[in-house]
Design a protein around this ligand. Structure first.
Ligand SMILES: NC(=O)c1ccc[n+]([C@@H]2O[C@H](COP(=O)([O-])OP(=O)(O)OC[C@H]3O[C@@H](n4cnc5c(N)ncnc54)[C@H](OP(=O)(O)O)[C@@H]3O)[C@@H](O)[C@H]2O)c1
Length: 233
């Protein structure tokens, strides 16, 4: 049996990814606060912003994957805040790092003992994992750290037959993006103007990239940008 374990499968890129894997015959286990709209999926209602979530829910997570030889683990849940190096407070920075980085390590440690050869760990990063823009300091820090975590994963799991990659989406039309920049059509058009294709990315396009990475061990340790080509300014 093959199983997808995904965080943040309730919305956006995560939901598109869960639907794609389900269509490919995977059992789906989703971790998020609100439920996933996918028939047959196992929903674990967990808030990964709580630092002790793994201690409280670890048994339920492990039980949900019982009987799987191959696990595709997709760390997709993310928290995007507006802040700068001049004003981000320590608690807010800790919270973003907890959701975007520390929770990934916690989930890796819960599941690694159960992951056989042929399993994969895909981290969902961001264009902002390798560059910065003003006004998203904690997020930029966390997504750079996530690429480091992916690279450490590759090195530390040598010989286990488990591969890893970090998929870095660009401007993708989801709740997160619209909550961050607003719904105004002129703002969304301006964002699309940063993209050489002149449009936002659909969540399904990122989902297909995640799926490709999970299936192809040859990209082990790689940062894969999925941003439709952004203008370099
Ligand atoms: N959209 C973009 O333009 C874009 C660009 C670059 C990178 N990304 C990355 O892509 C990933 C998915 O983003 P998206 O745009 O699809 O965002 P989204 O539509 O806002 O979905 C975020 C998901 O994360 C889950 N989540 C957030 N906080 C959580 C928590 N404390 N505990 C459990 N689950 C939590 C949410 O579930 P609940 O709310 O139900 O808990 C939701 O399913 C993120 O890592 C994001 O940084 C997105």
């Amino acid at each position: 049996m093959k199983t997808l374990v995904i965080t943040g499968g309730s919305k956006g890129i995560g939901l598109a990814t869960a639907r794609l894997f389900a269509a490919e015959g995977y059992r789906v286990v989703n971790i998020s606060r609100s439920p996933i709209a996918l028939a047959g999926a196992v929903q674990l209602g967990i808030d990964i912003a709580e630092p002790d979530w793994a201690a409280r829910h670890g048994e339920a997570v492990r039980a949900a994957v019982a009987g799987s030889e191959r696990i595709a683990l997709v760390h997709n849940a993310g928290l995007l805040t507006k802040d700068s190096v001049a004003n981000v407070d320590a608690a807010a920075l800790h919270r973003v790092l907890q959701v975007n980085v520390v929770a990934c390590v916690q989930l890796d440690q819960l599941l690694l003992p159960l992951m056989g050869a042929g399993s994969a760990i895909v981290y969902v990063g961001s264009t902002l994992g390798e560059k910065a823009v003003a006004g998203s300091c904690a997020y930029v820090v966390s997504k750079h750290a996530l690429i480091g975590l992916m690279r450490a994963t590759c090195q530390d799991l040598a010989g286990r037959g488990i591969h890893t990659a970090c998929v870095c989406p660009g401007f993708t039309d989801t709740e997160m993006l619209r909550a961050h920049v607003g719904q105004a059509s002129e703002v969304l058009e301006a964002l699309a103007g940063n993209v050489t294709f002149g449009r936002l990315i659909e969540p399904e396009e990122v989902a297909r990239t995640i799926h490709f990475c999970a299936l192809n061990a040859v990209i082990n340790g790689a940062v894969i940008h999925a941003n439709l080509g952004q203008f370099e300014r």
